[in-house]
Design a protein around this ligand. Structure first.
Ligand SMILES: O=C(O)CCC(=O)C(=O)O
Ligand SMILES: [Fe+2]
Length: 317
């Protein structure tokens, strides 16, 4: 008794402060917290109460509506890049089903995707998805700007922001209905993009691996957005920060819904660490690479390969 240590928790950083603008004291304070959290956990929770509760409620309603469509209809979500369209009915992750909205902060794109499922359109659905993605993209931009500032490379902010699009993905994990026995929802991996921001319903399951290998269970919280660091950002920063290794494990009867906003390097853009981050003490870790090609390579690998090794095998210098 008394020897148990409290379970690890992700740091929570408050982004809802008014006046959180570059150059202010508040900004620099949060920037320091972001840097520290990423160095220690490769991940953090952002409290971003700014997104109205009604919109969050509407989001989960919209997901119910979408996932309830027949498989034949959901499958119409096709994309030319791996991981951008419908994923489901996979033997290795039978509980998982997921769909994507390419370039989701542009309303016309969300509407066009919506019409593949509802040819006559579904304005309240598209409006909910677009509005949610757009508001979360503000958080993504703040985080990325803070990170570039922390490494003294703020002069690259515009080019960096202009080099990415936003993929919005919606996910459903069926409850395994196996009592207290846990089943895999999504296999452990690092995301291959820049930054991923996740939001989830009240059914837990997301786990983040800490630096010492311990899994941290992320407790769903209405105001919290989970900010994860991807392989492409790790390469861009020449290894200064590390990607978030994460997974989903499911128990119980209820379905888990989650959504992710992924900042993704644009097709044709070569990810290359800025000169300022390469020197004798920090030799270049990765040759310049194009994200879509890297994704193709990654998804061509066998399931048994460790997701974390793909970047190094693909373009390690
Ligand atoms: O559903 C989640 O919380 C995680 C989803 C995820 O890791 C992904 O889509 O890459
Ligand atoms: Fe992920």
């Amino acid at each position: 008794m008394g020897s148990e240590t409290a379970p690890l928790k992700l740091p929570i950083i408050d982004f809802a402060k008014p006046n959180l603008k570059p150059g202010t004291v508040e900004w620099d304070l949060v920037k320091g917290q972001v840097q520290q959290a990423l160095q220690e956990y490769n991940c953090f929770e952002a409290s971003f109460a700014k997104i109205p509760l009604e919109l969050r409620g509407a989001l989960f309603g919209a997901l119910d509506e979408l996932f309830d469509l027949p498989f034949e209809v959901k499958k119409r979500n096709v994309a030319d890049k791996p991981y951008h369209g419908y994923i489901g009915q996979q033997p290795s992750v039978p509980l998982y089903e997921s769909m994507g909205f390419k370039d989701a902060i542009v309303m016309e794109n969300v509407d066009a995707q919506t019409r593949t499922w509802w040819p006559e359109g579904n304005p309240s659905f598209s409006e909910t998805i677009h509005s949610f993605a757009k508001q979360v993209s503000e958080l993504d931009q703040m985080v990325r700007r803070m990170i570039l500032e922390s490494f003294g490379i703020e002069k690259h902010v515009d080019e960096h922001m202009d080099s990415t699009d936003y993929l919005f993905r919606v996910n459903k994990y069926e409850g395994p209905k196996t009592g207290s026995e846990t089943k895999v929802g999504l296999i452990s991996h690092t995301d291959k993009n820049i930054v991923t921001i996740l939001y989830q319903n009240d059914v837990g399951g997301l786990g983040i691996q800490s630096k010492n290998g311990e899994w941290i269970d992320v407790k769903p919280c209405k105001d919290s957005f989970i900010v994860m660091f991807g392989d492409s950002f790790h390469a861009y920063l020449n290894g200064r920060l590390n990607p978030t290794y994460h997974r989903v494990m499911m128990t119980g009867d209820r379905a888990r819904y989650s959504v992710g906003l992924f900042s993704v390097p644009k097709v044709g853009y070569k990810i290359k660490a800025p000169e300022e981050l390469v020197d004798e003490a920090h030799p270049l870790l990765y040759k310049p690479f194009e994200h879509a090609e890297f994704l193709r390579f990654h998804y061509s690998r066998r399931d048994e390969e460790d997701s974390r090794s793909s970047l190094k095998v693909y373009c390690g210098a």
